[in-house]
Design a protein around this ligand. Structure first.
Ligand code: NAD
Ligand code: GLY
Length: 387
């Protein structure tokens, strides 16, 4: 593949050829997200262009290693880039102190120095874990994200949030550390299990819900093509990355607007925690239920959006096969008091008020800091009774 690092179009109309490049504009820390089918073949050339002579250290998980590691390594070999790697177990359990220590020690043992690069090859778990290791080993190494799940391509690989989990909650130990490059090869998604693809779709359609009604209209008409692959998939990923890049450029540290990306996350994180971060409920599935609840709450409890518009959003999530109701979660859930504790832990209660991302319509989310905890409790009680 011929690589033209400069001069590629920065637009993202559906196309069948060149990769799309979206720039995350953060001054001296700006970087490109490169999106396209088969573009992992250009990884070595892109890294060599950005950091001539740098060595690399790949962090990946066992499943991704089976599908992609050998190919990624040979691409680096062909560009004359030295590489080492560590392979960790798949799943959220790898965002732990134990695995984090293993990854840090392996990076140090491979004599990676400042000026060299960590490569996060995997889904959101690997991106968060490797990104955090890169943030702290030798007081900070540069890293490249090579996201291999839909969720990682549209969300977690962009924006520099890195973290591992504490026993007391998810993502509680971490750092903001931006990558220097994101290479999102959409062909890598072909091996993703359908359930994982759907979970990633929840984070993709979120951009429509939170700020882009036209994108939601387009997804309603074209979602089957997004699932099938090809130009529609690449287009949807590019639109999502552009939306996220714009928000991150405005508010890198989440002091304002970036919180909009948490649409569905307050309910979602509580449900995910209630299921013990297990296979019972994947992160994206929890966010799908959380977004459905946010629309429902905005319509029925806050009168912000019509019931018909909320129903349309929820109908779309269900149509793609995502769960939308608490009753869709298999197995037992903790009682209401515990769910409220989990919600309070995720977004602290201040004088009985919670911060939620609510909607005035599709594409019109906003941050509401004054939601009465009692109102949320009554709403959840009603939803739990429906189980
Ligand atoms: P994941 O990384 O666990 O990947 C899901 C599963 O798919 C894993 O079993 C993995 O091995 C497998 N897999 C990955 N790529 C594959 C491929 N190409 N083919 C076949 N199988 C493949 O999970 P995820 O859904 O990508 O990410 C979830 C994580 O992301 C959570 O920890 C969440 O907190 C985090 N997250 C972070 C941010 C952020 O901004 N940093 C945003 C959203 C989510
Ligand atoms: N996924 C939320 C954020 O990046 O801010």
């Amino acid at each position: 593949m011929t690589v033209s690092v400069r001069g590629e179009a920065k637009t993202a109309e559906p196309n069948t050829g060149d990769p799309t490049i979206v720039e995350v504009k953060l001054g001296a820390r700006s970087y490109d997200i490169v999106i396209g089918r088969g573009i992992i073949a250009s990884l070595g050339a892109r890294i060599a262009a950005l950091r001539p002579g740098a060595k690399t250290f790949i962090v990946t998980d066992e499943t991704v290693a089976r599908h992609v590691l050998a190919g990624a390594e040979s691409v680096l070999d062909r560009a004359g880039i030295k590489k080492d790697s560590v392979v960790v177990p798949p799943g959220e359990g790898s965002k732990s102190f134990g695995v984090f220590e293993r990854v840090c020690e392996a990076i140090i043992a491979s004599r990676i120095e400042r000026g060299d690069l960590v490569v996060a090859l995997g889904g959101g778990v690997i991106g968060d874990l490797a990104g955090f290791a890169a943030a702290v080993v030798r007081r900070g190494l540069d890293y490249v994200q090579v996201p291999t799940t839909l969720l990682a391509q549209v969300d977690s690989s962009v924006g520099g949030k890195t973290a591992i989990d504490s026993r007391q909650g998810k993502n509680l130990i971490g750092a903001f550390h931006q990558p220097i490059l994101v290479v999102a090869d959409t062909a890598l998604l072909d091996t993703l299990p359908p359930r994982e693809f759907r979970a990633g779709y929840a984070e993709l359609v979120k951009y429509g819900f939170l700020g882009d009604a036209a994108f939601f209209d387009w997804l309603e008409a074209n979602w089957k093509d997004v699932f099938a692959g090809g130009p529609a998939r690449d287009h949807a990923i590019a639109v999502s990355c552009r939306a996220k890049a714009a928000i991150v450029a405005r508010d890198e540290r989440e002091t304002g607007d970036r919180a909009l990306l948490n649409l569905g996350h307050t309910f979602g994180h509580a449900l995910e925690a209630a299921c013990g971060y297990s296979d019972r409920l994947l992160h994206g599935e929890a966010i799908a239920i959380g977004m459905a609840l946010a629309f429902d709450f905005s319509a029925t409890r806050q009168g912000l959006v019509s019931k018909a518009e909320a129903a349309r959003a929820i109908r779309h999530l269900a149509a793609v096969g995502l769960p939308t109701r608490i009753s869709d979660i298999p197995g037992p859930l903790p009682p209401l008091d515990r769910l409220m504790e989990l919600i309070a832990q995720d977004k602290k209660i201040k004088r009985g008020k919670l911060t939620f991302i609510l909607v005035r319509g599709t594409g019109a989310a906003f941050i509401e800091t004054g939601v009465e905890a009692a109102e949320v409790r009554a709403f959840l009680s009603e939803k739990l009774a429906g189980r």
